[in-house]
Design a protein around this ligand. Structure first.
Ligand SMILES: Nc1nc2c(ncn2[C@@H]2O[C@H](COP(=O)(O)OP(=O)(O)OP(=O)(O)O)[C@@H](O)[C@H]2O)c(=O)[nH]1
Ligand SMILES: [Mg+2]
Length: 325
């Protein structure tokens, strides 16, 4: 069968000959893959390109050419938690950031659009959570700063594309990068960071089969949240999951004798005690703490609680302290 390749493909072929670094070659080969019509006649060629890409990625990874000397981006932590949106190219990471926050990242139908990370604040009920859109998680593309950023984050959201036939290959590659970043244990399904799995583009027919294929190879079925940014499906669910995964609680405080204002809560780690809350408010309060009046959500009468009392989400607390002389 004749391959019938578009002229643009041959231009890319010429570019490939001139490319020097593995990264350049990978980018061109990926573009060639994208341009190539997918039918029986191009099957052999597709395989060849894929194996070339795999070889180059290995080469790039071995040489550790994931630090290209470009300036390291720094993002100042803000809000009640920091979540990195990561994942293979073109899965909708920037689209998700744009839909959840006021940020305006560049979105395009070709891969590797995002080159530098971009933050946005996600309003979840009465708290704000920082979300960071990142460039594709792919060997030969991802740079070391991305690993640093991910290791410092509270939660990593891995966004995959459930409309993509090449999902397995991209997953494998992304997992390899996570291993290089020491976020995933080598050859084991074990992560040393909190991870959440999100599958995008379920507005495209056939996503269930692709999901099945991925879940057969990777044990993510129970956790995977299927969404569509485009059609606004399940996006609310993501907020709830982020909050759950961050394992934080909101605690409202009031001053004795003053009415409660149920806003601007402290956000502290789940299972924190009243003493931990006192510490978060002011270090002197840890010493001077005597007791607290504590209202559980929806309950009228307060309980009197000591410093070891474990707090829960949406508790209202009035701390009574000794006067410091
Ligand atoms: N059908 C469909 N397309 C989507 C959805 N979300 C995003 N897209 C499209 O997917 C393409 C890639 O979106 P981006 O948000 O740029 O993806 P990305 O993961 O940031 O891509 P890179 O920065 O290149 O890694 C764009 O054409 C989007 O319009 C979705 O839910 N459904
Ligand atoms: Mg992007």
């Amino acid at each position: 069968m004749v391959a019938n390749l578009p002229p643009h493909y041959h231009t890319k072929e010429a570019e490939l000959k001139k490319a020097k670094t593995p990264e350049e070659k990978i980018e061109i080969l990926l573009e060639m893959m994208a341009i190539m019509p997918k039918h029986k006649g191009t099957e052999k060629l597709q395989k060849e390109l894929k194996s070339k890409i795999a070889k180059l990625r290995k080469e790039a990874a071995e040489k550790k050419i994931i630090s290209r000397g470009s300036p390291v981006p720094v993002i100042v932590r803000e809000g009640a938690g920091q979540v990195i949106i990561a994942g293979p190219a073109n899965t909708g990471k920037s689209s998700l950031l744009a839909s959840m926050t006021k940020a305006k990242p560049e979105i395009a139908d070709y891969p590797y659009t995002t080159k530098i990370p971009q933050p946005g604040m996600f309003q979840y009920q009465d708290i704000q959570i920082q979300m960071i859109d990142t460039p594709a998680l792919a060997s030969g593309i991802s740079e070391n700063w991305l690993g640093d950023m991910m290791r410092k984050a509270d939660l990593i959201m891995i966004l995959i594309d459930l409309s993509d036939d090449d999902i397995l290959e991209k997953m494998e590659d992304a997992m390899n990068v996570l291993e290089q970043f020491r976020i995933k244990t080598e050859k084991k399904w074990e992560f040393n960071k909190k991870i959440m799995w999100v599958g995008n583009k379920i507005d495209v027919a056939g996503w269930e089969e692709i999901k099945e294929v991925v879940c057969e190879l990777y044990p993510i079925e129970k956790e995977l949240i299927p969404i569509s940014v485009k059609e606004n499906i399940n996006l609310e669910e993501i907020g709830n999951w982020i909050f759950k995964k961050l394992e934080i609680i909101r605690v409202y405080t009031k001053i004795p004798g003053k009415p409660a204002e149920m806003k601007d809560p402290y956000t502290i780690a789940a299972n924190s005690t009243l003493e931990d809350l006192a510490r978060a408010i002011h270090k002197d309060l840890v010493k001077s703490f005597r007791y607290a009046r504590l209202w559980k959500q929806g309950q009228g009468n307060p309980l009197i609680a000591g410093r070891d009392h474990i707090l829960e989400d949406r508790d209202l607390v009035e701390i009574h302290a000794e006067e410091i002389k």
